[in-house]
Design a protein around this ligand. Structure first.
Ligand code: RNT
Ligand code: ZN
Length: 420
């Protein structure tokens, strides 16, 4: 008997059908963020540093500098990742060329500027998600949607509306819904005199963006909250309470998005998933790894990633109620490796959650048998999960652990190291 058959038998003794888990996971979309490939630079602006309170640190060679390079790097990462993939794009990744009339500012971008991304996705059978880019641009004053300057606010509202039109185009072209996430870094470094004003303006601006007509079955606008950013330590306009309340008050056109790097250090998003699902039909996630002040380290197979996956699976969120996307950017390591490690870890965490005897464990909880619940949960940790994972990778046609890194190293030698 091969290793998978052995492991399958062991799991079956616990009442877990590993074949069914593998089959089900293959259909769950996870969105891979394009911005890990170029340190969140994009193609529309010549900016040296990121703004909006985010930052990439490190100067690992080989960063993608053109759409062609980014697509080639994405292709390699995608070929190493099992499961159903979407690509998460930001507005700053618009592709301007002679055919589509050249550069326009962010308030004027159109679907045609994303045609090449649509072609990329179509050729690979991928869906796409989208994000307006409210940072790293001269019109950040530094505020955007919450600015007191009418012209600034108008510009960013128009940007948001343009992004809704682009998101609907992506959804229609690719035949699947597009999650469009609204996040701004609006906030202050030090104690403000007025905390309410910016939030009212922010609310009115999002209202104005969502007044753009769209089909809520195709475009899923989200509002993402944050606790603080670099240089905006004292106050964030789109705080947790603001964003969640906004989504709750606008359930017919907006869903909440939680990024697990955006909370106080002892708060966990895993626990918030079932809390929100008690009230929302759909929620969205940015899966990342917070560490000290940074909210964007590469996703590991750590306790919280596993706990998030468990909640997605146990709540039934796996059937589409929870929209899963990755969000991190590490410029200090090979970027294709960063993508691959994080994506594979999300898949591992989901598969682990799916081969957990959740019903049996729940029965123990209901019976109040916390002793056995602890024993069983701990015992699960040493089951031969690696054999299930290897089978999943095999069936998905991607390399197993211990096999893919060589491919990335060759690519680094042949391609990345030759970039200017
Ligand atoms: C920043 C937010 C946001 C960004 C991306 C690039 O703290 O997490 O989601 O990371 O939009
Ligand atoms: Zn995020």
């Amino acid at each position: 008997m091969n290793r998978y058959e052995e492991a399958k038998k062991l799991y079956a003794e616990l009442g877990v059908d590993t074949d069914a888990a593998i089959k089900a996971l293959k259909t769950v979309p996870v969105s891979l963020h394009c911005w890990q490939g170029d340190d969140v630079r994009g193609f529309d602006q010549k900016v040296d540093a990121l703004s909006g309170g985010i930052q990439t640190t490190g100067n690992y060679p080989g960063r993608a500098g053109t759409p062609e390079e980014l697509m080639a790097d994405l292709d390699l990462a995608l070929s190493l990742c099992p499961g159903t993939k979407k690509i998460n794009l930001h507005a700053c990744y618009a592709i301007f060329d002679e055919e589509n009339g050249g550069w326009v500012d962010r308030d004027k971008i159109e679907p045609k500027h994303f045609k090449k991304w649509v072609d990329f996705c179509k050729e690979r059978g991928l869906g796409a998600d989208f994000n307006p880019t409210f940072f790293s641009h001269p019109k950040c004053d530094p505020l955007t949607l919450s600015s007191t300057n009418e012209e600034t606010r108008r510009f960013w509202i128009e940007h948001g509306r343009a992004c809704i039109r682009i998101s609907e185009y992506l959804a229609k072209e690719l035949g699947q819904p597009c999650i469009m996430n609204i996040w701004t870094g609006d906030g202050f470094k030090d104690i403000p005199a007025d905390r309410m004003g910016p939030r009212i303006r922010y609310k009115e601006s999002i209202d104005a963006i969502l007044a753009e007509p769209f089909d809520f079955d195709l475009v899923k606008p989200c509002v993402e909250s944050k606790v603080f950013g670099i240089g905006v330590e004292a106050y964030t306009v789109g705080s947790a309470e603001f964003s969640l309340s906004y989504a709750a008050a606008n359930k017919d056109k907006c869903i909440p998005l939680m990024d697990n790097g955006h909370y106080h250090p002892t708060e966990v998003v895993s626990d918030k998933i079932p809390a929100l699902l008690a009230f929302f039909d759909e929620i969205a996630l940015h899966v990342t790894r917070g560490i000290r002040w940074d909210s964007d380290h590469v996703v590991l197979l750590d306790d919280e990633t596993r706990e998030i996956a468990k909640e997605i699976v146990r709540t039934g969120g796996i059937d589409g109620r929870v929209k899963i996307a990755l969000d991190y950017f590490d410029a200090s390591i090979n970027r294709i490796s960063a993508w691959t490690v994080g994506f594979r870890n999300m898949q591992k965490a989901l598969l682990m959650a799916m081969v957990t005897p959740n019903n049996e464990l729940t029965k123990l909880q209901v019976a109040g048998d916390w002793t056995e619940l602890m024993v069983r949960q701990e015992e699960l940790k040493t089951l031969p999960f690696g054999d299930i994972w290897d089978e999943y990778c095999k069936e998905c046609g991607v390399p197993a652990d211990r096999k893919w890194f060589e491919i990335v190293k060759d690519y680094e030698k042949e391609v990345l190291s030759k970039r200017g």
